[in-house]
Design a protein around this ligand. Structure first.
Ligand SMILES: [Zn+2]
Length: 391
């Protein structure tokens, strides 16, 4: 699916959260609010509520993406997954003002959706007495499915906005904090370190509270309960990871920026002629090296294709015996290539984005090297840098 030129991907894990929301609403929340509703009404309203919830998460992510684009940052795609959404941007914003707006627009969007839903849902409802939980519940009992749905959607969006505004990097609030620290110190690395330390502290707080709840204690604001505790600890663990990864990513980015491909590429590699029998390529080359992709070169030393181990693994014994390198290769238009003067950071992103292990380096149609993820990791290790945990 594409919206405003941005690819929208739905992760399978979203199905679990979808079922949890539908089940929780149809079997838990709605029967409590509306004991008189027939089950079908409850289930249909729950499905509609879950779908609209995802639509509002998508709107939150789209708002991040559109602001990013307004600042000239390309947005690859938006992935909706178990914890909501994530917009994958090509690189970090170069200025703190851009980061600030990019980060804060998401929670603002959620807040706007939330208050709009609450407003529309409550318009015309006679005097809701908000003074006590019992009186609110009393007002809810008389509501029709549409209003019920709007009220639930409204409050969940407000909760989403508030959670995202917690100043724990890489949550939106943490990004806002980082932008402000960055603006104050003019040092992105230090700002990121502080923001992600705070993010980790918050994550450990959640984990602690979660464990306390699992052990039967009641925690202020959050309450208690085994399932709630497990969820909370899980979210904390996830946040802690995210904070660590984001900081390491930044270090890797700083180190790899402005390093040209020609400095990390593999220059000792085998190339094969098109008429080479595939059997020879398998037994004499692939089996004896860890090179997994072989450039096929014509007499004029130009690249005419590439044989990938991944493709060879799928061939039948008969095909392996009878084919040549030319027949087994992929033509140039199916191969991703890079230039020797390109940024290694771009190549690392490219490898992750296309889910490939290596790219040939082409200088005016001639293959001058191969870059694999392992080569980039080796470069990082030799230059005393942390390993990237993403990509
Ligand atoms: Zn956000």
């Amino acid at each position: 699916m594409r919206i405003a030129g941005i690819d929208i991907t739905v992760d399978w894990s979203l199905l679990i959260i979808f079922l949890l929301i539908v089940w929780g609403l149809a079997a838990g929340v709605f029967p409590q609010w509306h004991p008189a509703w027939p089950p079908l009404t409850a289930w249909l309203t729950a499905v509609a509520a879950a779908l609209l919830f995802f639509a509002s998460v998508l709107a939150h992510e789209l708002s991040h993406s559109l602001v990013a684009r307004a600042y000239g940052i390309r947005v690859r795609r938006i992935v909706l997954y178990v914890f909501g959404g994530m917009a994958q941007i090509e690189h970090e914003p170069g200025r703190w003002v851009a980061e600030l707006w990019m980060a804060i627009v998401g929670p603002l969007t959620s807040l706007a959706i939330g208050f709009l839903c609450l407003f529309v849902g409550l318009v015309g409802v006679a005097h809701v007495d908000l003074s006590s939980a019992a009186s609110v519940e009393h007002a809810l009992v008389g509501l029709d499915p549409a209003r019920t749905l709007l009220l639930w959607l409204g409050q969940i969006n407000v909760i989403l906005a508030i959670f995202n505004l917690v100043p724990a990097f890489p949550l939106d609030g943490g990004r806002v904090l980082r932008a402000i620290l960055w603006g104050a110190t003019h040092d992105l690395r230090r700002a990121t370190r502080w923001a992600s330390s705070l993010g980790q502290a918050f994550a450990w707080l959640l984990i602690g509270a979660g464990i306390a709840m699992v052990l039967g204690f009641s925690v202020p604001i959050l309450g208690g309960g085994l399932i709630n505790g497990i969820w909370l600890a899980f979210i904390g663990w996830f946040l802690n990871n995210a904070a660590l990864v984001s900081y390491r990513q930044l270090l890797t980015q700083e180190i790899l920026q402005d390093v040209p491909v020609s400095r990390v590429m593999l220059t000792h590699f085998e190339v094969v002629p098109p008429q080479l029998p595939l059997e020879t390529l398998i037994d004499g080359y692939m089996q004896r090296s860890d090179q997994r992709a072989y450039p096929v070169m014509g007499a004029d030393e130009r690249l005419i294709g590439m044989v990938f181990q991944r493709d060879v693994e799928r061939l039948t014994p008969e095909q392996r015996r009878t084919m040549t390198a030319r027949e087994a290769m992929r033509p140039p238009e199916q191969i991703t290539v890079v230039r020797p003067d390109e940024d290694v950071l771009e190549v690392l992103n490219l490898l992750a984005q296309r889910d490939i292990n290596q790219v040939p380096v082409l200088d005016h149609d001639r293959v001058v090297g191969l870059v694999r993820r392992a080569d980039i990791l080796r470069w990082l290790a030799l230059h005393n840098a942390p390993k990237p945990t993403h990509a």
